[in-house]
Design a protein around this ligand. Structure first.
Ligand code: PLP
Length: 380
């Protein structure tokens, strides 16, 4: 069996979830703020089935996904969770009434970010005589989707008039909540609050108001409202380096493989495609069957490290599709079959997605989402 696998720890997921729960309860003692666990993109690469089932067993109130395909897949696993779809409704190949009936049968909660979507869902839900549950999306500055906050009042009034929609919530999304400078996030928050006040004056209230992603949960306690939508925090990472680390987190995924081949090379021998690395001395080189086909960035060639038996070893030469090579030194205790930590943390070795993201000049989200489908997920 291929030794490359992503070990995913349910107890660490529970630790992170409980950390968020306790923080929310401390900030808001009288009121239980709901949690929408964000499980889009295959639960950030961790496996939507297993992660969602665990989150629901921990008491998660909603699950958030990016699109209707993810939502329908999720519904087949979890019959009774509240599933909120963040994305737009793109018309399918099915006839509209068949499509809307399918979404209705799956009991999904749609995001309404335009009057067209509202009209479409209302019209076809009318035919099935079942109200479609929706949350309204407000654009306060992300400029992705949503009714523009400054001009949303009339549009939302229209949405409320649709008889076949049940408006269960309203939300916005922050563009910079994880940054140390909270100026723009506060600006977005104020725009959202101003709109909520105007809506209230006009008699429109919402059972669930939500805004906070991971960054806002840590940085902006005024944005917690009735529900928060953490993604990255659940998987054990802070969304940026400078953010307040007020919730203790543990990365839940360890991407691991094994040393499957060791050789001793003479000095001045090149390694891998393109000959970008030459041994300095007689050196032991270990080969590990993991590469960019598994989601390891090729740009870690010659600069990344792996962990073996509580020590770090440099990746040498170009990372290939299925292999990477590691410099084990002029003498070595490393043996064929030894475990290799590539991403994650174990036995005091730390190779977290945040650390790797820094080398790659990207964000930890991208590092964990990149773990390819062919990597077996093992749940501990
Ligand atoms: C609408 C929405 N809410 C919440 C999240 C979760 O974000 P994070 O992983 O930063 O908590 C996302 C992810 O980007 C999102 O698109």
């Amino acid at each position: 069996m291929n030794p490359t696998r992503a070990e995913i720890s349910f107890s660490k997921l529970e630790h992170n979830y409980n950390g968020i729960r306790e923080y929310l309860d401390k900030i808001s003692p009288g009121k239980r703020i709901k949690i929408c666990g964000v499980v889009k993109a295959n639960a950030y690469g961790h496996g939507i089935r297993e992660i969602s089932s665990k989150l629901i067993s921990l008491g998660t109130d909603f699950l958030g996904v990016a699109n209707y395909d993810e939502a329908i897949k999720l519904r087949s696993i979890i019959p009774d969770a509240n599933i909120l779809v963040f994305g737009t409704l793109i018309h399918s190949k099915l006839k509209p009434e068949t499509y809307v009936a399918r979404l209705q049968n799956n009991n999904l909660i749609a995001t309404v970010a335009s009057l067209e979507t509202a009209r479409f869902l209302d019209y076809y839900s009318g035919k099935s005589r079942k109200k479609f549950r929706v949350h309204i999306k407000i654009d306060t500055g992300m400029r992705r989707i949503g009714f523009d906050a400054g001009r949303a009042l009339n549009n939302i009034e229209q949405v409320f008039k649709f008889k076949n929609l049940e408006v269960g919530g309203i939300y916005t999304h922050f563009a910079t909540a994880e940054e140390q400078d909270t100026k723009f996030a506060v600006y977005q928050l104020h725009k959202f609050i101003k709109l909520l006040n105007e809506l209230k004056k006009s008699g429109m209230e919402f059972p669930i108001v939500h805004a906070a992603n991971s960054g806002a949960i840590l940085n902006l306690k005024e944005s917690l409202f009735d529900m928060v939508r953490p993604g990255l925090l659940l998987y054990g990472y802070y969304p940026s380096e400078k953010i307040r680390r007020i919730i203790d987190l543990k990365p839940i995924m360890n991407l691991k493989s094994k040393i499957t081949y060791i050789k001793r090379l003479d000095a001045d021998t090149s390694i891998s495609y393109g000959r970008k690395y030459f041994t300095k001395k007689k050196t032991f080189i270990g080969s590990v069957p993991v590469g960019y086909g598994d989601g390891i960035w090729r740009s870690l060639s010659n600069i990344g490290k792996v962990g073996i038996n509580k020590k770090y070893y440099p990746i040498v030469g170009a990372i290939t599709m299925d292999w990477l090579m590691v410099n084990l030194g002029v003498k070595t205790d490393v043996k064929i079959g030894d475990d290799v930590l590539i991403v994650g943390s174990e036995n005091g070795e730390y190779l977290g997605a945040d650390k790797i993201a820094k080398i790659l000049k990207t964000i930890p989200y991208e590092v964990i989402c990149a773990v390819a489908d062919r990597v077996q997920r093992v749940y501990l």
